[in-house]
Write a protein of this length. Structure first.
Length: 326
């Protein structure tokens, strides 16, 4: 019995040695994780030549690369890639932008808004935004690029405004006996430093920046909500959040409906009686239906996916955000 066992082990051992030598020589490369690859189209439902593209804006809006075992583009880069692919396909007749986001950085939110507006003007097709759990602050900002905005009755939207996130670790450093000194070229060079208190003058300077970003937000809302006066928008944009029903009553969105309703509306606005619902994915991604999230992690598809508070604390640099962060 031992002799038989030894005979069985010998080929396996030789095979292992052979594979090891091949790997060391560079003849064989084994990738255990999915590798980066271009987007591919898949059909979710429907028939016909015309297509309605389902796009996903999920998580915190940022142009920072995500860390992880599998390399993938950040949210801004991914949506830009989708828009580029859709722009090359004449069969794409409408877009449904599914939003589940509390917002994000001022610049990333504005880039997405700009990209969608530019695409829509060039392609001349309707864009319908469908707000899921959350479409607040920067998420709502991006929705203003759409022709029509619908939300679930249980959606949370609003939080129209700007917040600056910064950290002050001066008290902590004093407790552990550490002191920092900055050699600067001017008195405002280290403005917003996490290692000292902010002065009243510095706070006023930051407030000026925030006010400027806030005015831009109001302008974007006015462009997307021409039925609302500037005074009404300013009153609504005090930072509070609204339910889908409240947002509809106040004129911040166009209607209440589910994702299927948004798709039906997109087909109607494109003048289509029938169309295929399609989306783009990478090989290895499995999304069985329209409610499957594009980016899912160990904590599911929370709207706060991608928000790294620890990175903010470590970096210490003030961040200007169109973000709902209760």
């Amino acid at each position: 019995m031992r002799k038989c066992f030894g005979v069985r082990r010998l080929p396996a051992t030789l095979m292992a040695i052979s594979v090891g030598l091949l790997l060391l020589s560079g003849c064989i490369t084994i990738n255990l994780l999915p590798q980066p690859s271009p987007l591919k189209e898949e059909t979710i439902s429907g028939t016909g030549d015309a297509k309605v593209l389902l796009m996903d804006l999920s998580g915190t809006i940022s142009n920072l690369e995500e860390s992880g075992l599998v390399e993938r583009p950040n949210l801004v880069a991914h949506l830009k890639e989708e828009l580029t692919k859709a722009g090359e396909d004449p069969a794409i007749k409408a877009i449904v932008l599914r939003i589940n986001s509390p917002g994000g950085t001022v610049t990333a939110s504005d880039i997405l808004y700009h990209e969608i507006r530019t695409f829509k003007e060039r392609k001349k097709i309707p864009v319908v935004a469908s707000i899921m759990d959350v479409g607040a602050s920067g998420g709502y900002y991006v929705a203003m690029a759409a022709d029509t905005v619908v939300a679930h009755p249980s959606s949370v939207t609003g939080s129209l405004g700007v917040i600056m996130l910064t950290v002050n670790a001066q008290g902590l450093l004093q407790k552990i006996g550490l002191e920092t000194k900055a050699v600067v070229s001017g008195p405002r060079k280290d403005m917003g430093s996490p290692f000292r208190m902010m002065t009243d003058e510095e706070r006023a300077i930051f407030q000026g920046l925030i006010d400027s970003f806030y005015e831009r937000f109001l302008t974007v809302i006015k462009s997307g909500r021409p039925n609302l006066t500037a005074d009404t928008i300013r009153k609504l944009a005090d930072g509070r959040v609204y339910s889908g029903e409240q947002a509809k009553a106040l004129g911040l969105i166009d209607g209440i409906g589910y994702l299927d309703d948004a798709m039906t509306l997109a087909k109607q606005e494109a003048g289509l009686s029938d169309a295929k619902i399609v989306r783009y994915r990478r090989p290895g991604e499995y999304r069985p239906n329209i409610y499957a999230s594009l980016f899912s992690g160990p904590f599911g598809s929370s709207p706060l996916n991608g928000f790294d508070l620890l990175a903010l604390v470590k970096g210490g640099t003030p961040q200007f955000m169109y973000l709902w962060m209760p």
